[in-house]
Design a protein around this ligand. Structure first.
Ligand code: NAP
Length: 371
């Protein structure tokens, strides 16, 4: 029997949007930890329009959002109930690392309606989850929600291209400097925008930097929010394997992959391998590694979103080769004489395609470029 689930894209119901937004808040908690799965959030609502249970997908291989929300239901709702389950993404109908979510919803016998905010572009799921629910007499509706569409952009891009959604950040002074002239760092931006950086590190699947930046700044590149320090998957461009052995990142990242180019001595390679790094050889021309090959490898690892934090050369290469989906230029109200200029060969930001938006974070201005 063909399923006739309803699409409510043109007639949104205020409560449906509200509960999908609540589900999205939960999905945000898993963002940056679920790859190669998408992050998903779910709430269950009773007939009085009260949220009685919540759940989100915490990591690949762990229970999905709907299953967690069902598990968290108070006992008095576990029988004889007619509840609505809201979920950011269409419930899956296939066996992956965990059983299909639609089975859990059907078997619970307490969900009479499911509302989801994104049609899963994964061909294993698209329409199948919704069809199965309808065929089991569970009303199923897709309700369009702009914030959810934006949330799943990296997932959609990755499914289509097998490449991550890339966002690069660069902080500059008013006169375009990124460091002191001898490459030593100085504090360019204020605490408010720095908090934004840590939130972005937290919610990204992985971070890309360069050995150049690690040698100059010895950054930790973890996400520090309050007292919580989260290690992230880190990729490093290091053509000649010059990473210092005592760099902080060996202790502060969850895994390390280094892109290099031949010829490199075996002793240099084994030194990094012994420190737990995965080494990936990449071709190089004019002393620059092939960025497209690097991005393809990162996508192959299942990474949907990549946050780039390095100096001006990598930032400019990514921009020139049109490899970015988003760029954040932080502009600080400082003027540094004899500093290290971000783009020594010049760069006309005005000539870049894409949308520009400006926001203020304390004293700093964020220029957001969307390509
Ligand atoms: N203000 C900020 O937001 C910020 C953030 C991070 C770092 N920094 C500062 O930035 C400075 C480093 O900046 P940088 O521009 O010199 O270096 P970078 O952009 O961090 O790294 C560039 C280096 O990566 C290597 N590379 C290999 N393939 C490449 C490719 N396809 N495209 C670009 N680079 C490639 C090259 O080194 P090899 O020739 O050795 O292969 C190149 O010199 C440091 O002083 C650091 O303090 C500032």
């Amino acid at each position: 029997m063909p399923a006739n689930h309803i699409s409510k894209a043109l007639m949104p119901n205020f409560n449906d949007i509200r509960f999908l937004q609540e589900s999205l808040q939960l999905a945000h908690k898993g963002k940056g930890f679920c790859y190669p799965n998408p992050a998903v959030g779910s709430v269950i609502v009773n007939e009085n329009q009260e949220i009685i249970s919540v759940g989100f997908h915490q990591a690949a291989g762990k229970a999905h959002a709907e299953v967690n929300a069902l598990k968290n239901l108070p006992n008095n709702y576990k029988t004889n109930s007619e509840l609505t389950l809201y979920v950011t993404l269409e419930p899956c109908a296939h066996f992956g690392k965990t059983p299909p979510c639609v089975n859990a919803i059907i078997e619970s016998k307490v969900i009479s309606r499911v509302v989801y905010g994104y049609k899963d572009p994964n061909p294993n799921v698209l329409g199948k989850g919704a069809d199965l629910l309808v065929n089991n007499n569970i009303e199923c509706e897709y309700v369009s929600c702009k914030e959810i569409d934006i949330f799943y952009e990296p997932y959609k891009l990755w499914l289509k291209t097998q490449k991550p959604f890339i966002t690069a950040k660069l902080a500059i002074t008013l006169n375009g400097m990124i460091a002191n002239h001898d490459s030593t760092p100085f504090k360019i931006t204020g605490d408010i925008i720095n908090k934004f950086t840590h939130q972005n590190r937290q919610s990204t699947d992985a971070i890309l930097t360069t050995a150049e930046t690690i040698i100059s700044d010895n950054p930790k590149l973890n996400a520090r929010i309050g007292d919580t320090h989260t290690k992230k998957k880190l990729y490093i461009i290091d053509r000649c394997l010059k990473l210092p052995e005592d760099a902080n990142i060996f202790k502060t990242s969850s895994s390390l992959t280094v892109f290099y180019s031949k010829p490199i001595s075996d002793s240099k390679k084994s030194l990094l391998c012994n420190k737990g790094c995965q080494l990936v050889e990449v071709s190089n021309s004019n002393k620059e590694l092939d960025l497209k090959a690097i991005i393809a490898q990162i996508g192959k690892d299942g990474v949907h979103s990549l946050w780039v934090e390095a100096g001006g050369r990598l930032f400019a290469s990514l921009l020139r080769q049109k490899l970015l989906q988003k760029a954040f230029i932080y502009i600080a109200p400082k003027w540094v004489n004899h500093g290290k200029i971000a783009f020594p060969n010049g760069f006309e930001v005005e000539k870049l395609p894409g949308k520009k938006a400006f926001r203020q974070y304390g004293e700093d201005v964020l220029c957001e470029l969307t390509f």
